[in-house]
Design a protein around this ligand. Sequence first.
Ligand SMILES: Cc1ncc(COP(=O)(O)O)c(C=O)c1O
Length: 462
Amino acid sequence: MADLHLVVDRAAGGLAAQIAREVREAVRSGRLVPGARLPATRDLARDLGLSRGVVVEAYEQLVAEGLLESRTGAGTRIAAGAGRGAAPGHPADEREGRPHYGHRPTSPDLGLFPRQAWLAAVRHVLATLPNDALDYGDPGGVPALCREVAAYLGRVRAADASPDDVVVVTGVAQGLSLVVQALVRDRGRGIVLAVEDPTSERQIPLLRRAGAHTVPVPVDREGIVVEALPGDADAVLVTPAHQYPTGVVLSPARRAALIGWAARTGALVLEDDYDAEVRFDRDPVGCLQGLAPDRVVLAGSVSKALAPGLRLGWIAAPPRVARAVRLARGELDLGSPVIDQYALAHLIAGGAYDRHLRRMRREYRRRRDALVRALAEHLPWITVHGISAGLHLYAQLDGGADGGGDLSGLAEAARAAGLSAEVVTPAHGPPGLVIGFARLPAHRVTDAVRALAGNVSRDVRG
Ligand SMILES: Cc1ncc(COP(=O)(O)O)c(C=O)c1O
């Protein structure tokens, strides 16, 4: 039965008119959107303590105005086209006035989400979970998932973490945010956070909001330039497995230098492991956390492997940091949804997560190969980097310190051709273009790049 909150003054007259006015106002404000179902007249009359005839009269008036649609068997609904709300089923971010989220160049192909495996995992969880497990749990994550993630990270990322070092969070974004907040609390002041230049610009606002003053540090062919790190940094945020956005892998020498720097200065290394599972034709690179578990916080999530919308991730951190983040979740929001956590634990434990990752790697490798081949053929004047892993590549125009041409024109043409693309403007060095290839099936890549080449030869290269 549909439920509806309406305020009616029974002492005043015109009860049907009052109900009609309330419904109109709810539609105007977007509280009731087209397609929304209204309670049956009998139920609403009972809720409001009124006779059914009053509610019938109000509904009939609204049907006459075209605001409601009433069909036998389908009940009464807000008419399509009424009010300012979106039709049901449209994502909230498409509604008027809302910022647009999503479609990042690093987002996976959501059509590859393993629906059957996830459904089976949720089914298993609901069939077997004791009632008590549905209560408020450990805000740092259900023990079963902390155990599975610790074992998984050890096995796949060569991490060195016990289940107690693992805290479940809603993603890398929240993990980093809460670690920065914990450092700020510990120091009693805002912290200095070194970030790679270029970096993921989307993360900067959340890091600042958490209390970090960010200082850009250049990235070269070996990754972050360790000698350029500021002496007063409390922490450094890096993407060692596949630098975002350039795709550089942090070299062994730099890895050692970074750990040495952290040990000398007492700073914490925040390791954003955002796409580490997606590697194609290179040996796996173990995480930094495994080399220095007392100095490094590893942050990862299922956003690339499954879907960003799950908002499910983890950190593996030194015990003091893990305790602080667990406490923060206890004070902030009491933790992540438990059914999803148990479902993920079940997927990992049963091997379905690894099988899915292997399938994804094969599929994304096909798409990456097709894109690299097509770019070399149709746009030979751009150089691509960082192609051995991840869901994006980094393109630069040949010639000239400014990149040799108009990158935003190229980005626009790429988007028009169905690729996802974003211009990157580092503080140091030439600009580049992130091109996401996850969502473009291999058989459509050649046509897309041919279309792109047609547009840019006219608009960009002049
Ligand atoms: C480099 C990088 N780090 C972190 C994130 C955020 O990941 P999560 O969904 O795990 O919060 C993203 C998402 O696009 C990313 O590109």
